[in-house]
Design a protein around this ligand. Sequence first.
Ligand SMILES: NC(=O)C1=CN([C@@H]2O[C@H](COP(=O)(O)OP(=O)(O)OC[C@H]3O[C@@H](n4cnc5c(N)ncnc54)[C@H](O)[C@@H]3O)[C@@H](O)[C@H]2O)C=CC1
Length: 468
Amino acid sequence: MASPQVKGRTSRPRAAEQSMIISASRVVSLAFMEFISSGAPRPRTATPSSPVHTLGAQDEDAFSPEYDRLLARHHAMRLRRSILAPPSRPAQGPAVELPEPGDRDLIVRHLQPLLPFDALIEVLYDAMFVRRPYLRRLFPESMEFQRQHLGHMFHHLIRHLDRPEELGARLRALGADHRKLGVWPAHYEAFEEALTTALRVRGGAAWSGQVEAAWTRMLRFAVAAMVAGAEGAATEPPFWHGEVVEHERRRPDLAVLRVRTGEPYPYRAGQYAALESPLLPHSWRPYSVACAPREDRVLEFHVRRTGPGGLSAALVEGTGVGDQIRVGPPRGELSLDLGGQDVHRDLLLLAGGTGLAPMKALVEEFAAAHRARGRRVRLVVAARGREELYDWPALVELAANRSWLELTPVLGPDLEGLAALLRGHHSVPGLALLGGPPAMVAGARSLLLDAGVPDDRIRYDGSTAAPR
Ligand SMILES: NC(=O)C1=CN([C@@H]2O[C@H](COP(=O)(O)OP(=O)(O)OC[C@H]3O[C@@H](n4cnc5c(N)ncnc54)[C@H](O)[C@@H]3O)[C@@H](O)[C@H]2O)C=CC1
């Protein structure tokens, strides 16, 4: 995939326009992103080599009015329903049908010809785009991330299908979270149709209507749960508009961005937000907010480019002051809250690389609330070398005149430094928070367990370690 190009600046909507955009244009966009889309600019030329029929100018003229009318009608219906619903009783989504007992076994028994899911997914998307080319515009230029997610989602659904309550809760959260992607009920129908085609193509000789019916029930269950989740979250905007007000390239591959949201962004320190840049429309990736909530509505993000073509590369290399960014709703439960217990025990915060972001926000919040009350906070910052301590001056400033806050750099490619630190430190922390690469978090967790920290006192957030 080509590296993102810097586009011309888009003008920022005025506050009144912005609230209209939030409240009306996306009242509820149903999303099943892993199943359906993550969006992309509408391709304007057909590529002969592509297995997918992309949208040509003629197609666009033919499909857009129909498509846009459909969306507009849907918006109006949803808006009407949410206005007419009594405030104490949110608009009801479709009833969630449960899968039948035995569906999981049936699916598992006939899974072999469908594995690995890559080929199934390729046929599925090809079938969908050939039949409904206008849907191609909801997808990113590169479908790689999309295909991977869909494969994981199929595995997750099958694995948990006999625990529909647990699965339903996760799908409802996913549906709420994915409203920002702009996927609509009509798309699910298209998806179901394409999945059926793909299952028949890949299912092999033993494929039967019975197995297909089990797959359809599984899919409908998932879609209904996501729709219910999206509808239940109708009062929360699907995203906030933000403008980049500072962009500091701290390392060739790393930038610290400050983004001011048009409307107040209600988050807690330790939470993360999915971001989207106009350079890669609908490629949303999570980043922790690296500062405690501030009056001026400015959010800080630490972004490291890990490879070419992803959102992180667009944010580090292609973004500057004045550019627009969309910010998804705040998510995540990372916090320093001890629930009133062990208030005298010390806290350990361990940050690896840009995993520093949530730790910095938590320390800032802690400092602002004067919550130390005799507790010491030790912030250990792991980095490959001194030059990788990209935010050290800001941390030193944060620690100035705060004797309860101790900063410790640990340099090196692995966890040796942390292991040595724990060996030399005799008091076991009351709570440990971890942020950084998954291997570091896993390694640090075992070191802490060995040192006697109970499992429920070790916190980390897996959601921010996804590929960017
Ligand atoms: N940008 C953000 O807002 C957030 C990012 N993260 C995650 O933090 C990670 C940060 O990555 P980078 O900045 O590239 O950090 P990095 O790869 O440079 O690693 C930083 C430090 O972590 C330790 N480490 C790395 N790999 C290790 C391994 N395999 N075993 C033991 N220790 C290891 C080392 O001490 C290393 O110096 C990413 O996985 C990202 O998804 C987590 C929370 C927030």
